[in-house]
Design a protein around this ligand. Structure first.
Ligand SMILES: Cc1cc2nc3c(=O)[nH]c(=O)nc-3n(C[C@H](O)[C@H](O)[C@H](O)COP(=O)(O)OP(=O)(O)OC[C@H]3O[C@@H](n4cnc5c(N)ncnc54)[C@H](O)[C@@H]3O)c2cc1C
Ligand code: SF4
Length: 326
């Protein structure tokens, strides 16, 4: 591992100022992704600014009935929070579907959002990869891409975003609260992660010196009837091939409000707006769920070896909605 300096941040302004003044600096939270990538030589920061002492470890009720989740809240604490389990169960389920108990005890809300892709070429510094080394090429396109993106990819990158938690947050219209040199800004979760386009090295719209302070969950009554379904190669310790977070509200046998997001399909958590539009006001039955899945997946552009994901996503969505409406 390349030698690096280490500092502990005592306040958010100081942390942001240090990052802004030090080109090779990065924030450190639980370290479960960043330190792994440093060991592999993928990340080579000159300075780590440890943000674990910042007062970001609380989950607070908002005046409007929503929740404010500090960026430092551990994944295990968030999954166990009674308000999350009662009012946003898909979020608790998504968290528990990720990693392992030990990792969730270290992993934080902010770090989870910024974890990097699991594309094997990205993690192997002996291989080209546009995300790690812009302009070097994307061997995954012609090579190993079975688990990679079917929607929104580009010639430059076909990676997927690995977070389970972010999929539930995308379905629930969460907002990411960020502190930067110019002050605070709020970014809708659905706009926080990017599609790769010509700059796959940028996973999100966040500037390097911007610090995630919190994730805001608005009040969303239908989220109480939500769930997260994850399809993966093993029952644990495995990333999603396809996942679905969904919430639904049935009024007089018809669908009132509905929220759907997919994981494992794209470079970002994929909010399924076309499927939602297709389902609002429809009778909640399998035929309507299949039509909605087809409406969303019409934009899929699978590669040579990952066409199976289109059918898998279709079936996963239908099964999830059946389960929510039984
Ligand atoms: C074996 C294994 C299996 C896993 N399986 C899953 C899985 O199935 N599903 C899943 O979703 N995840 C999985 N993970 C990933 C895990 O959830 C992430 O590693 C973890 O959430 C990252 O959080 P962290 O606090 O450790 O972040 P760190 O590793 O400390 O940081 C990650 C990134 O976030 C940045 N960062 C951290 N905090 C902030 C902040 N407040 N503001 C700005 N930048 C910040 C860091 O600079 C770094 O770039 C797995 C990890 C491992 C090792
Ligand atoms: S898919 Fe993206 S991360 Fe994977 S090799 Fe191509 S550029 Fe790199």
């Amino acid at each position: 591992m390349k030698p690096f300096r280490y500092e502990r941040a005592n306040d958010e302004r100081g942390a942001v100022a240090t990052l802004a003044a030090t080109p090779g600096a990065k924030f450190l939270a639980g370290g479960t992704n960043l330190v792994d990538l440093m060991r592999l030589g993928v990340e080579t920061p000159e300075l780590l600014v440890d943000v674990r002492r910042l007062p970001y470890d609380r989950i607070e009720a908002r005046d409007d009935g929503g929740l404010r989740i500090g960026a430092g809240v551990r994944n295990s604490d968030l999954a166990a929070d009674l308000r999350v389990r009662r009012d946003y169960p898909a979020l608790a389920e998504a968290l528990l579907a990720g990693a392992s108990g030990q990792l969730r005890n270290l992993a934080t809300t902010g770090g989870n959002l910024l974890q990097r892709t699991r594309c094997a070429y990205f993690q192997d510094v002996t291989k080209p990869c546009n995300k790690r080394e812009p302009g070097s090429g994307c061997p995954a396109r012609a090579g190993e891409h079975r688990n990679l993106a079917i929607i929104g990819h580009s010639q430059q990158c076909v990676a997927t975003h690995p977070s389970d938690m972010a999929v539930a947050l995308a379905a629930f219209d969460a907002i990411v609260r960020v502190v930067g040199p110019a002050g605070v800004r709020e970014i809708p979760l659905v706009d926080f992660h990017r599609l790769p386009g010509d700059t796959p090295e940028r996973d999100t719209v966040l500037a390097r010196e911007e610090l995630i302070a919190a994730v805001e969950l608005p009040p969303l009554p239908i989220a109480a009837n939500s769930t997260y379904r994850k399809v993966r190669e093993r029952a644990s310790f495995s990333f999603a091939l396809v996942s679905v977070a969904a919430a639904i509200d049935i009024v007089d046998g018809k669908i009132g409000d509905i929220r759907i997001a997919f994981g494992g399909l794209a470079h970002k958590p994929w909010r399924a707006y076309a499927a939602e539009r297709s389902l609002r006001g429809a009778v909640a039955d399998v035929a309507a769920f299949e039509t909605a899945a087809d409406a969303e997946l019409a934009q899929a552009e699978p590669l040579r070896d990952n066409g199976y994901k289109v059918e898998l996503a279709r079936r996963t969505l239908v099964r999830t909605l059946v389960e929510l409406t039984e």
